[in-house]
Design a protein around this ligand. Sequence first.
Ligand SMILES: Nc1ncnc2c1ncn2[C@@H]1O[C@H](COP(=O)(O)OP(=O)(O)OP(=O)(O)O)[C@@H](O)[C@H]1O
Ligand SMILES: O=C(O)[C@H](O)COP(=O)(O)O
Length: 392
Amino acid sequence: MKTIKELEITGKRVFIRVDFNVPMDATQRITDDIRVRTSLPTIEYAVAQGAKVILASHLGRPKGKRVPEMSLAPVAKHLEGLLGRKVAMAPDCVGDGAAAMVAEMKEGEVLLLENLRYHDEEQANDAAFAGKLASLCDVYINNAFAVSHRVHASVAAITEKVAEKGAGLLLEKEIAFYNKAMGEPVRPLVAIIGGAKISSKLGALTNMLSVVDKVIIGGAMANTFLKAQGLSVGNSLVEDDMLESALSVITTCREKGIPLYLPVDGVVAGEFSADAASEVVPVDAIDDGVMMLDIGPETGATYAKVVQEAKTIVWNGPMGAFEMAPFSHGTLDLVAAVAEADALTVVGGGDTDVALHMAGAEDKVSYVSTGGGAFLTLMEGKPLAGVTYLEA
Ligand SMILES: Nc1ncnc2c1ncn2[C@@H]1O[C@H](COP(=O)(O)OP(=O)(O)OP(=O)(O)O)[C@@H](O)[C@H]1O
Ligand SMILES: O=C(O)[C@H](O)COP(=O)(O)O
C-alpha cells in the first residue's frame, strides 16, 4: 500500500476519504472533534504540496435521504477554524454542482463534499456511483480508518476507478500502532476488554487469546462470564446465549495458561440510573433485585496492578456504565492506571475514548484509535476492507 507521501500530488485533484462521522448535539454543534483533528496532518500535507483537496465523508446513517441534520456543513465550518483557511462546501458529493466547484478549484484549496450516505449507492458499494466520485479526482487517498471495515463505494469500489491511490497519514498511523502492539509486542501484553456485550467482542476476544499474555474482563460482559461459572448475577445485563462461549474462553485461557481476570466485587444498584442507591458487594453475593453496573474497588486494585506490570496494553470497552457518576470509578481508575503504566498503550472503541476524555487522559496513552468497529475488526485479526482495496 502506497502512502500519500509516495504519490505525486502537486497540482492534482486529490480526493481524500475522511471519517468526519462526529457526534453532534441538537444544535448541530460538534461535541467531539477528534476525528477532524486527527485528519489534519494529511489535509495540511496535501495543501502544502499544492494539491486541490477534495474531502469526502459520511455522517450518521441517513439511509440514502437528504437528512438536513446530517449535513457536513457544520464540519466544514469547524475544519475552517482548525485549518485556518477557507473550506468550501459542495451541495452534494456527486452531480453538476460538485463537479463545477471542483473544476474551479485552485492549488491548495479545500472543498468538502456533502454527506456520501445521502446516496444509497455509497453503502451498496455501487460501481457507477464510485465512478462518479472518481471522476472528480486524479488521485484517491483513504484516510478514513474508522470506516475502513465497510465495503462502501468511497472506500472500496472507487479504488478500482482511479489511476493512483494510497493511504493517508492517519490510516497509516492507526495500522502501524496496532501492528506494533499486537505484531511484535514487548511482553507482557495485556488485553482489556469491556463494554456491553460479549457477542460483539467474542471474535476479538478469541483472536486475542492467540497473542496476549493476560486478559482483563470488565463491563456488562463480565456478568455473562460470572453467570457461566454458576454465580447468580441478579438483574444484571447478561447474554444467556453466550454462556457457552464464555465458558469456552475460560477453558482456552486455562489450557493456554493465560491468566483471565474477572471481577471479584462489583457496584450494584436496583436500577440503571445515576440516582439509584448503590453499594459494593462481592460477586458471590449479588441479590436478585439488583444489577452490577461497575467493577468494585478490590477488582479495580487487582486490574491496576496487572496494568502496572504490563509492557503493552490493548484496551477496548469500559469497565462499567461509566456515563453515570456512581458507576464510573472502575473505568476512570483503570484509565489512570493505564495512563501511568510504563507500556505501549493502544486504546480503541468510541465509549472507551469518551472515558479517556472524561479523565483528561487522552494524551497520556500511546495511541487512541479513532475507530470503533474498525478497531474491533483489527482485534478480530481480520483484514480491513479499505486496506485490502488500496493494496489490490
Ligand atoms: N455493567 C454494565 N451494565 C450495563 N451496561 C454497561 C455495563 N458496563 C458497561 N456498560 C455499558 O456499555 C457501553 C459501552 O460498551 P461498548 O461495547 O459499546 O464500548 P466501546 O467498544 O468502547 O464503544 P463503541 O461500541 O462505541 O465503539 C456503555 O454505554 C456502558 O454504559
Ligand atoms: O463511527 C463509526 O464507527 C464509523 O464512522 C462507521 O460508521 P457506521 O458504523 O455507521 O458504518
